[in-house]
Design a protein around this ligand. Structure first.
Ligand SMILES: Cc1cc2nc3c(=O)[nH]c(=O)nc-3n(C[C@H](O)[C@H](O)[C@H](O)COP(=O)(O)O)c2cc1C
Length: 367
């Protein structure tokens, strides 16, 4: 709510909204709310341990920060803020392709455990260059987003006049006037660009909403052959982000991926896509013993992390939960969001009789 109060409506809605009727957006949350836990009692839970192994290294929580593009439009330096908060909390941060800061700058200025989210843009040479840059800057993993061959139809954006370039009208001007803290910051720092795409030739330079502008640059023709080629080019961990089907997860294993993120892009792409928590068990059953299965979509509280692990995820990614922390309170706000998730997870583990992340399993679910 603090984030909502601070941001112009068009920007808040760009962060908060989903595709079309937002059925999947709501469904992601509803799926968490439907899960019933069966707590185990009389276990010594005077201390609990939330650390998990992610790709052979410890993460202080079963959590990484999800890639979110365009976020410096809400607060200057938002990507750096989230990366710093992730580093301080001992969890990985995923840098989005459409970020206001370059791959290199986040690595140099912040460091920590960095993953890079790759959008397969049409220009194949440019795409290959992004992969080389992530490798040279020492990123640990690439998450290829595979649920966005075209952009989802997010109706709040055009309705709010969230266009590039910015075209002032009464509604969006009034909105800005009443958000002085945000407006002053943007006056001081300027509206952010997409630093990683500097030099990229957009096919539709003007007059379209932002989501459509980025969506039009996606190569809707990429298929498993591309992932195979990428596997040869990229020496680090390779994950597909946006998988909901067990057969796709099995193909990811077959082409040499190290993980999948069960995701529907936070309800921002296919409206009608299955809530991720419902899709998770079948994916985990198919590939969970071979590769790392992560989940995102609708994680808002620590107990949600416990539910996701009980249903087969190794860890979750958080999009809006940590993003709104950063919007409300900058770096302290982002850290606070992570602290809340951490303390809620610890409490949920204590109340469930799970002393470590390894002790969170399907036995805690009421079926
Ligand atoms: C404002 C915003 C921007 C996003 N940008 C990207 C992006 O650039 N690349 C990507 O793969 N996913 C992007 N996502 C999706 C997130 O990575 C993640 O899948 C989703 O937010 C998870 O759902 P949650 O917000 O309910 O946690 C974005 C999400 C939001 C809210």
């Amino acid at each position: 709510m603090l984030a909502k109060r601070r941001l112009p409506r068009a920007i808040f809605d760009f962060f908060d909204g989903g595709a079309e009727d937002e059925v999947t957006l709501r469904g992601n949350r509803a799926a968490f709310e439907r899960v019933r836990l069966l707590p185990r009692v009389l276990v010594d839970v005077s201390t609990v341990e939330t650390v998990v192994d992610l790709f052979g290294k410890p993460s202080s929580l079963p959590l990484a920060i999800a890639p979110t593009g365009g976020i410096s439009a809400g607060r200057a330096g938002a990507e750096l803020i989230l990366a710093r908060a992730a580093k301080a909390s001992g969890v990985p941060f995923t840098m989005a392709t459409p970020s206001a800061f370059t791959i290199e700058r986040v690595a140099e200025e912040v460091g920590g455990r960095l993953w890079f989210q790759l959008y397969a843009v049409r220009d194949q040479e440019f795409r290959a260059k992004l992969v080389r840059r992530a490798r040279d800057a020492g990123y640990e993993a690439i998450l290829v987003t595979v649920d966005l061959p075209v952009s989802g139809k997010r109706e709040r954006d055009p309705r709010n006049g969230f266009h590039t370039p910015y075209r002032p009208n009464w509604r969006n001007s009034r909105d800005v006037i009443f958000k002085p803290a945000w407006a002053l910051e943007m006056l001081r720092h300027g509206l952010p660009g997409m630093a990683n795409l500097e030099g990229y030739r957009f096919s539709t330079p003007t007059g379209t909403d932002i989501v459509t502008a980025v969506g039009r640059e996606m190569d809707a023709g990429i298929d498993w052959e591309y992932i195979k080629r990428l596997r040869e080019q990229w020496p680090g961990k390779l994950l597909l982000k946006g998988v909901e089907r067990p057969d796709d997860a099995e193909r990811a294993v077959a082409v040499g991926c190290d993980g999948v993120v069960v995701s529907n892009h936070g309800g921002r792409q296919l409206d009608g896509a299955t809530p991720t928590l419902e899709a998770l068990p079948a994916v985990a059953a198919a590939v969970g013993s071979k590769i790392t299965v992560l989940l995102d979509g609708g994680v808002r509280r620590g107990v949600d992390i416990l539910k996701a692990r009980a249903l087969g995820a190794q860890a979750v990614l958080t999009g809006r939960a940590t993003l709104f922390g950063a919007m409300a309170g900058g770096e302290p706000g982002a850290r606070r969001a992570l602290e809340i998730l951490s303390s809620e997870l610890q409490r949920a583990m204590q109340l469930c009789g799970a002393r470590s992340a390894a002790e969170i399993g399907p036995h805690l679910l009421y079926r």
